[in-house]
Design a protein around this ligand. Structure first.
Ligand SMILES: Cc1ncc(COP(=O)(O)O)c(C=O)c1O
Length: 383
């Protein structure tokens, strides 16, 4: 196999298109130059449809977690009550950050592998009328669940004045997001997932309502102070030296997204999800989520008694140079996660499944060789 050309099929970082890679090789420029401001202005406008917003989107040098922390640090004062919806590892991360900032946290813990419904959220909103913010994860990457953000936002809006803050790190740009229409207040994402870029850029959109809380928030903050980013965005720049090369890449990635069209991108991800899930079903392996709750960006599959998940991943990596993810926390060694996000084509899902089948065979697992490939092909043929 081609040792220098791994097939990266994890839910982030994801492969980078050659066009984007090329764009990032441009000679460095100063961030206080007219050239930079012109690119920055263009990106700042063109990124808005991906969030479904007319509000400002801030581009911060940092990973997704810096955006999650920014969302908390700018809105939640110590002793403020917040609700954190936890559907897996990344919901837990939001709760940990809120705890660090001294919030009084009411968690809504949903079994890993399931999505949170508006009906589950409503009683908590009723019993805690003073909550300042509700935190949710759009795609819970640790389980492959896509939470129904629109209906959760509807529940928050109907019952409370709380801000609704969404971690969309592992799905924005692959699934619909109508921030303004759905009533989301802060939406955070990162560069290394559906945006097809290296890690290191965080994108965070902020509603008008959220600005009122931000102005009143007295947490100490400096690098993560959204007010500084807002002041500088008005001048088409950033307060501190931005991740210039990644912004060159983002400029190109947005062009690719515009050429394909957001609706088509969403369809492509939905198709890859359906192909992957049909294949796993045809192989008789247990999927971790229901069809209704499954994310179009990552598919989680339980191991069975007949194979060890980590051994399977090892064979896929060593023999076929194909990298898939394992489980996190208590799911370590218990599940595999196949990423199909960003620069990823439906046809690649067929080879992923072929490699999965061959690797399972190598572990003497009794699966019908080719059944998964056939199921995936049938889904693709019927488009
Ligand atoms: C849903 C979600 N939130 C947050 C993060 C954290 O992002 P980062 O690792 O870029 O800090 C990730 C990363 O995988 C994620 O999937």
């Amino acid at each position: 196999m081609f040792a220098n050309d791994p097939r990266l099929r994890i839910p982030g970082p994801t492969p980078i298109p050659p066009r984007v890679q090329q764009a990032m090789l441009q000679p460095m420029i100063g961030h206080r130059s007219a050239q930079f401001s012109s690119i920055f202005e263009s990106i700042s406008e063109r990124i808005k449809p991906v969030f479904g917003t007319k509000e400002d989107v801030f581009l911060v040098a940092g990973t997704g977690t810096s955006g999650l922390e920014m969302a908390v640090a700018n809105t939640v004062n110590p002793e403020d009550e917040v609700i954190v919806i936890i559907t897996g590892n990344f919901g837990e991360r939001f709760a940990k950050i809120a705890k660090q900032y001294g919030a009084v946290i009411h968690t809504l813990e949903i079994p890993w592998g399931e999505a949170c419904t508006a009906e589950q959220l409503q009683p908590l909103l009723q019993s805690h009328p003073k909550v300042k913010a509700v935190f949710a994860t759009y795609c819970e990457t640790s389980t492959g669940v896509l939470n129904p953000i629109e209906s959760l936002a509807g529940a928050v809006r109907a019952q409370s004045d709380a801000l609704f803050i969404v971690d969309a790190v592992s799905c924005l740009g692959a699934v619909p997001c109508e921030m303004d229409q759905w009533g989301l207040d802060i939406v955070v994402t990162g560069s290394q997932k559906a945006f097809m870029l290296p890690t290191g850029l965080c994108m965070i959109a902020v509603s008008d309502r959220a600005w009122k809380s931000i102005e009143q928030c007295h947490n100490p903050r400096f690098y993560l102070d959204l007010k500084a980013y807002k002041k500088n965005l008005a001048k088409n720049t950033t307060p501190y030296t931005p991740a210039i090369s990644i912004l060159f890449g983002l400029n190109e990635a947005l062009s690719m997204m515009e050429e394909e069209g957001l609706d088509q991108i969403f369809k492509r991800h939905e198709l890859m999800k359906n192909m992957c899930r049909s294949a796993i079903k045809a192989l008789g392996l247990p999927l971790m989520t229901t069809d209704k709750d499954a994310s179009p960006t990552v598919t989680s599959v339980y191991g069975t008694e007949s194979f060890d998940c980590d051994e399977l991943r090892g064979i896929m990596r060593k023999k076929y140079n194909t990298i898939i993810a394992g489980g996190q926390q208590h799911l370590t060694g218990k599940i595999i996660r196949i990423g199909h996000m960003g620069y990823s084509q439906p046809i690649e899902v067929i080879s992923d499944i072929a490699i999965l089948e061959m690797s399972l065979k190598q572990l003497n697992v009794d699966i019908p060789l080719g059944a998964g490939v056939k199921a995936a092909q049938e889904v693709l043929l019927n488009v």
